[in-house]
Design a protein around this ligand. Sequence first.
Ligand code: FA5
Ligand code: MG
Length: 426
Amino acid sequence: MATLRVALAVAAPRCRVLAQRGLWTQSRQQLAAAAAANGVARPSRRGLTTVSQAAAAAVTTLSRDEVITGHPSNNVTDAIYSKIGVNLHLQPTHPIGIIKQAIYDYFDKQHPDTFKKFDNLAPIVSAHANFDEVLVPADHVSRSPNDTYYVDPDTVLRCHTSAHQAELLRGGHSAFLCTGDVYRRDSIDATHYPVFHQMEGVRVFSAADWAGQEPTAYAETELKRTLEGLAQHLFGKVEMRWIDAYFPFTEPSFELEIFFKGEWLEVLGCGVMQQQILDKNLEAGHKAWAFGLGLERLAMVLFDIPDIRLFWTADQRFLKQFRAGDLSARFKSYSKFPPCYKDVAFWVSDAFTENNLCEVVRGIAGDLAEEVKLIDTFTHPKTGRTSNCYRIAYRSMDRSLTDDEINALQEEVRSTIASKLGVELR
Ligand code: FA5
Ligand code: MG
């Protein structure tokens, strides 16, 4: 049986660390399948309504009760709650803060006094802002509680910084960079973490800018030139290529890939903003581009950081390697503790999802969980029941784990799987 994800050891080549997998790209396949099943070209979109809410409140502190509300649809865990307010992007000597500032510097140099910066918008947003306002269809997979953290049915932890596009446009901002922590229920491996950081960039144009050219073509050209310049600013001379992509909020849409250590790496998604978003939030006569880039990915490439969990360590042996404004640092591994593998097999039910399993593992083992991988599956010929076997890799970035410690974690994982996921252990 094929594994769900390529195993990524800490020492794995960096290019594989950045293996592609897009929420929105995947979703297009699902949309196509749904459309085919419904016999329609495209699933219908939920109607847009106007919100009169002011821009999200600045991050102060969110109490646990505000985030883990007790509402039956709430799926935020304590492990996730503990990440809210950490704000790695606000720490000037942290790799995430350093890369954010390097991007600011590029935009300020190219276009002085043009891009307004937002980096303290609260990560709790309305589902309306996260999805409806950027035209995410009502049945899009990203809306599922399997993929997104819901505070209550109308409120989510933003799954992308695009959640702020519409409100910032309404606020009269025609060029902005919006940075923040984003949250996604996800599988576990060296490049995927349920909390990561994005920077959204938007630039609005009017007729004076495109000066007789076709507006969409003008915006597309300007967008690509801007982002190619950014990649060069961060990485120096690099080979890059544009891939056609799909996002509900842009048309046309692209992803930028950079050739790095022998492979093509996706570093950002972007495109020409859907006219509907502009027309809804601005007076007529505008065109805009938008992009959303992953700060961890850029920092992993730039600083040679092999595992996404390292961004969250408090270990000075990591943190001391980076300095504000210094893009030349290259991460040097300070320890290589071996992973410890434990397998768990169970009969699955229809309700079982891998994201739920990963949430259980993360809730118990925290950052000691390096990877959860499906290694075997079979269907019983007589009963028709399906059994999955997952291999969990436990590893600390900072120290050796004892057998007792790992066995205790694994026991708790096993009993929680049995009690919470509706599966039968084998
Ligand atoms: C988005 O989130 C879109 N909102 C981006 C966008 C904005 C497109 C504006 C068009 C216009 P995507 O899911 O591909 O797209 O994420 C964007 C980037 O975030 C990726 O290219 C990648 O660099 C980073 N990223 C995505 N998922 C993860 C993850 N699990 N861990 C780390 N980085 C991730
Ligand atoms: Mg993508």
